[in-house]
Design a protein around this ligand. Structure first.
Ligand SMILES: CC(C)(COP(=O)(O)OP(=O)(O)OC[C@H]1O[C@@H](n2cnc3c(N)ncnc32)[C@H](O)[C@@H]1OP(=O)(O)O)[C@@H](O)C(=O)NCCC(=O)NCCS
Length: 185
Protein backbone atom coordinates (compact mmCIF):
# COMPACT_ATOMS: atom_id res chain seq x y z
CA UNK A 1 0.00 0.00 0.00
CA UNK A 2 1.62 3.31 -1.12
CA UNK A 3 0.82 6.20 1.18
CA UNK A 4 1.64 9.87 0.85
CA UNK A 5 2.29 11.60 4.19
CA UNK A 6 -0.94 12.73 5.79
CA UNK A 7 -3.20 11.26 3.13
CA UNK A 8 -6.23 9.39 4.42
CA UNK A 9 -5.50 5.79 3.71
CA UNK A 10 -8.42 3.79 4.96
CA UNK A 11 -11.65 3.69 6.87
CA UNK A 12 -12.46 0.89 9.24
CA UNK A 13 -15.58 -0.13 11.07
CA UNK A 14 -14.98 -1.19 14.68
CA UNK A 15 -16.87 -4.12 16.20
CA UNK A 16 -19.22 -1.62 17.88
CA UNK A 17 -20.02 0.12 14.58
CA UNK A 18 -17.91 3.25 15.06
CA UNK A 19 -15.85 4.35 12.08
CA UNK A 20 -12.14 4.98 12.36
CA UNK A 21 -9.88 6.59 9.79
CA UNK A 22 -6.29 5.36 9.62
CA UNK A 23 -3.70 7.65 8.08
CA UNK A 24 -0.08 8.69 8.30
CA UNK A 25 0.85 11.44 10.76
CA UNK A 26 1.28 14.91 9.29
CA UNK A 27 2.42 18.40 10.20
CA UNK A 28 -0.28 20.08 12.23
CA UNK A 29 -1.15 16.94 14.23
CA UNK A 30 0.75 18.04 17.33
CA UNK A 31 -2.23 19.34 19.31
CA UNK A 32 -4.37 16.27 18.66
CA UNK A 33 -1.38 14.06 19.47
CA UNK A 34 -0.80 15.92 22.71
CA UNK A 35 -4.42 15.36 23.78
CA UNK A 36 -4.12 11.68 22.91
CA UNK A 37 -0.87 11.06 24.81
CA UNK A 38 -1.96 13.11 27.80
CA UNK A 39 -5.17 11.12 28.06
CA UNK A 40 -3.10 7.93 28.30
CA UNK A 41 -0.71 9.56 30.79
CA UNK A 42 -3.63 10.71 32.94
CA UNK A 43 -5.03 7.19 32.93
CA UNK A 44 -1.60 5.94 34.11
CA UNK A 45 -1.62 3.50 31.20
CA UNK A 46 1.34 1.12 30.92
CA UNK A 47 3.27 3.28 28.46
CA UNK A 48 6.61 5.07 28.71
CA UNK A 49 5.04 8.53 29.15
CA UNK A 50 4.14 9.44 32.71
CA UNK A 51 4.30 13.23 32.82
CA UNK A 52 1.92 15.20 30.65
CA UNK A 53 3.40 16.55 27.42
CA UNK A 54 3.41 20.18 26.40
CA UNK A 55 2.77 21.41 22.88
CA UNK A 56 6.51 22.11 22.61
CA UNK A 57 7.30 18.47 23.49
CA UNK A 58 4.79 17.26 20.97
CA UNK A 59 6.09 19.52 18.20
CA UNK A 60 9.55 18.05 18.75
CA UNK A 61 8.17 14.50 18.84
CA UNK A 62 6.27 15.04 15.59
CA UNK A 63 9.23 16.72 13.89
CA UNK A 64 11.45 13.74 14.73
CA UNK A 65 8.77 11.26 13.74
CA UNK A 66 8.24 12.87 10.33
CA UNK A 67 12.00 13.11 9.77
CA UNK A 68 12.36 9.42 10.67
CA UNK A 69 9.57 8.50 8.28
CA UNK A 70 11.15 10.53 5.50
CA UNK A 71 14.50 8.83 5.96
CA UNK A 72 12.93 5.36 6.03
CA UNK A 73 13.82 4.68 9.69
CA UNK A 74 10.32 4.93 11.08
CA UNK A 75 6.79 4.19 10.11
CA UNK A 76 3.70 5.36 11.98
CA UNK A 77 -0.07 5.60 11.83
CA UNK A 78 -2.68 7.71 13.54
CA UNK A 79 -6.28 6.63 13.94
CA UNK A 80 -9.03 9.22 14.12
CA UNK A 81 -12.64 9.16 15.15
CA UNK A 82 -14.86 12.22 15.39
CA UNK A 83 -11.89 14.45 14.55
CA UNK A 84 -9.84 13.16 17.51
CA UNK A 85 -6.76 10.98 17.45
CA UNK A 86 -7.88 7.92 19.39
CA UNK A 87 -4.95 5.60 18.69
CA UNK A 88 -1.38 5.79 17.48
CA UNK A 89 1.28 3.31 16.52
CA UNK A 90 4.85 3.43 15.34
CA UNK A 91 7.73 1.22 14.39
CA UNK A 92 11.36 2.30 14.51
CA UNK A 93 14.37 0.53 12.96
CA UNK A 94 17.54 -0.13 14.95
CA UNK A 95 20.04 2.71 14.54
CA UNK A 96 23.21 0.67 13.87
CA UNK A 97 24.27 -1.23 10.77
CA UNK A 98 23.92 -4.47 12.66
CA UNK A 99 20.45 -4.01 14.10
CA UNK A 100 18.81 -2.20 11.22
CA UNK A 101 16.75 -5.34 10.57
CA UNK A 102 15.14 -5.09 14.03
CA UNK A 103 12.28 -2.70 14.68
CA UNK A 104 10.68 -1.59 17.92
CA UNK A 105 6.91 -1.31 17.93
CA UNK A 106 4.75 0.91 20.14
CA UNK A 107 1.01 1.45 20.18
CA UNK A 108 -1.87 2.71 22.23
CA UNK A 109 -5.63 2.99 22.00
CA UNK A 110 -7.68 5.40 24.13
CA UNK A 111 -9.83 3.73 26.77
CA UNK A 112 -13.19 4.42 25.12
CA UNK A 113 -12.07 2.67 21.95
CA UNK A 114 -10.60 -0.50 23.45
CA UNK A 115 -12.02 -3.97 23.06
CA UNK A 116 -13.46 -3.21 19.63
CA UNK A 117 -10.76 -4.75 17.43
CA UNK A 118 -8.50 -1.75 16.89
CA UNK A 119 -5.49 -3.35 18.63
CA UNK A 120 -5.67 -6.31 16.26
CA UNK A 121 -5.93 -4.03 13.23
CA UNK A 122 -2.99 -1.91 14.38
CA UNK A 123 -0.79 -4.95 14.93
CA UNK A 124 -1.48 -6.22 11.41
CA UNK A 125 -0.74 -2.78 9.91
CA UNK A 126 2.44 -2.26 11.96
CA UNK A 127 3.89 -5.68 11.19
CA UNK A 128 3.10 -5.33 7.50
CA UNK A 129 4.62 -1.83 7.28
CA UNK A 130 7.70 -2.85 9.31
CA UNK A 131 8.36 -5.68 6.88
CA UNK A 132 7.54 -3.89 3.63
CA UNK A 133 8.54 -0.28 4.27
CA UNK A 134 11.31 -0.62 6.85
CA UNK A 135 12.54 -3.96 5.46
CA UNK A 136 12.83 -5.37 8.96
CA UNK A 137 12.99 -9.06 9.79
CA UNK A 138 12.52 -9.00 13.55
CA UNK A 139 10.02 -6.98 15.56
CA UNK A 140 10.39 -6.33 19.28
CA UNK A 141 8.20 -4.83 21.93
CA UNK A 142 8.62 -3.72 25.49
CA UNK A 143 5.63 -4.58 27.64
CA UNK A 144 5.15 -4.10 31.36
CA UNK A 145 4.47 -7.39 33.14
CA UNK A 146 1.07 -6.41 34.63
CA UNK A 147 -0.23 -5.27 31.21
CA UNK A 148 -2.37 -8.32 30.46
CA UNK A 149 -4.36 -6.88 27.52
CA UNK A 150 -1.15 -5.93 25.68
CA UNK A 151 0.63 -9.22 26.46
CA UNK A 152 -2.38 -11.15 25.23
CA UNK A 153 -2.62 -9.03 22.06
CA UNK A 154 1.06 -9.56 21.25
CA UNK A 155 0.91 -13.32 21.87
CA UNK A 156 -2.08 -13.48 19.59
CA UNK A 157 0.04 -11.92 16.85
CA UNK A 158 2.87 -14.41 17.31
CA UNK A 159 5.15 -12.55 19.74
CA UNK A 160 6.97 -14.58 22.38
CA UNK A 161 8.71 -13.44 25.56
CA UNK A 162 12.46 -13.27 24.89
CA UNK A 163 13.42 -11.92 28.27
CA UNK A 164 12.29 -10.26 31.43
CA UNK A 165 14.06 -7.42 33.21
CA UNK A 166 13.15 -7.56 36.88
CA UNK A 167 12.13 -4.12 38.10
CA UNK A 168 13.11 -2.75 34.69
CA UNK A 169 10.39 -0.09 34.86
CA UNK A 170 9.39 2.43 37.48
CA UNK A 171 5.72 3.02 36.87
CA UNK A 172 4.04 5.66 39.05
CA UNK A 173 6.63 5.16 41.77
CA UNK A 174 6.43 1.35 41.76
CA UNK A 175 9.05 -1.00 40.31
CA UNK A 176 7.62 -3.54 37.89
CA UNK A 177 9.14 -6.08 35.49
CA UNK A 178 9.68 -5.26 31.84
CA UNK A 179 9.16 -8.02 29.31
CA UNK A 180 10.78 -8.00 25.91
CA UNK A 181 8.64 -9.76 23.30
CA UNK A 182 9.83 -10.63 19.80
CA UNK A 183 8.63 -12.06 16.54
CA UNK A 184 10.29 -12.82 13.21
CA UNK A 185 8.33 -10.96 10.59
C1 LIG B 1 -3.22 -3.16 24.50
C2 LIG B 1 -4.22 -2.39 23.64
C3 LIG B 1 -3.46 -1.71 22.50
C4 LIG B 1 -5.25 -3.36 23.04
O1 LIG B 1 -6.08 -2.63 22.14
P1 LIG B 1 -7.62 -3.00 21.86
O2 LIG B 1 -8.08 -2.11 20.77
O3 LIG B 1 -8.38 -3.01 23.13
O4 LIG B 1 -7.45 -4.50 21.32
P2 LIG B 1 -8.56 -5.38 20.56
O5 LIG B 1 -9.92 -4.97 20.93
O6 LIG B 1 -8.22 -5.41 19.10
O7 LIG B 1 -8.26 -6.83 21.17
C5 LIG B 1 -7.20 -7.58 20.61
C6 LIG B 1 -6.68 -8.60 21.58
O8 LIG B 1 -6.07 -7.93 22.70
C7 LIG B 1 -6.27 -8.70 23.86
N1 LIG B 1 -7.10 -7.92 24.80
C8 LIG B 1 -7.74 -6.75 24.56
N2 LIG B 1 -8.34 -6.34 25.69
C9 LIG B 1 -8.07 -7.26 26.63
C10 LIG B 1 -8.40 -7.37 28.01
N3 LIG B 1 -9.15 -6.45 28.64
N4 LIG B 1 -7.92 -8.44 28.68
C11 LIG B 1 -7.16 -9.37 28.08
N5 LIG B 1 -6.82 -9.32 26.77
C12 LIG B 1 -7.27 -8.27 26.07
C13 LIG B 1 -6.97 -9.96 23.44
O9 LIG B 1 -6.00 -10.91 23.11
C14 LIG B 1 -7.71 -9.51 22.21
O10 LIG B 1 -7.96 -10.59 21.37
P3 LIG B 1 -9.47 -10.92 20.84
O11 LIG B 1 -9.69 -9.98 19.74
O12 LIG B 1 -9.38 -12.33 20.39
O13 LIG B 1 -10.36 -10.69 22.01
C15 LIG B 1 -5.02 -1.36 24.51
O14 LIG B 1 -5.50 -2.02 25.64
C16 LIG B 1 -4.20 -0.15 24.97
O15 LIG B 1 -3.89 0.73 24.17
N6 LIG B 1 -3.90 -0.04 26.27
C17 LIG B 1 -3.25 1.15 26.84
C18 LIG B 1 -1.89 1.45 26.26
C19 LIG B 1 -1.02 0.22 26.22
O16 LIG B 1 -1.01 -0.60 27.14
N7 LIG B 1 -0.27 0.09 25.13
C20 LIG B 1 0.64 -1.02 24.95
C21 LIG B 1 1.93 -0.74 25.61
S1 LIG B 1 3.04 -2.14 25.49
Amino acid sequence: MKMAPGRKIDRFMLKDGREVVARLPRKGDERKMMRYINELAEEKAYISVEKKKTIKDEKKFLRELLAGMKSGKKTAFVFESGGRIIAMADSCKGACDKDGHVCKLALGVLKDFRGAGLGNLIMRMLIDASRKKLKCRVARLSVYAPNKPATSLYRKHGFRVAGRIPKGIRHCGEYIDEMIMVKEI
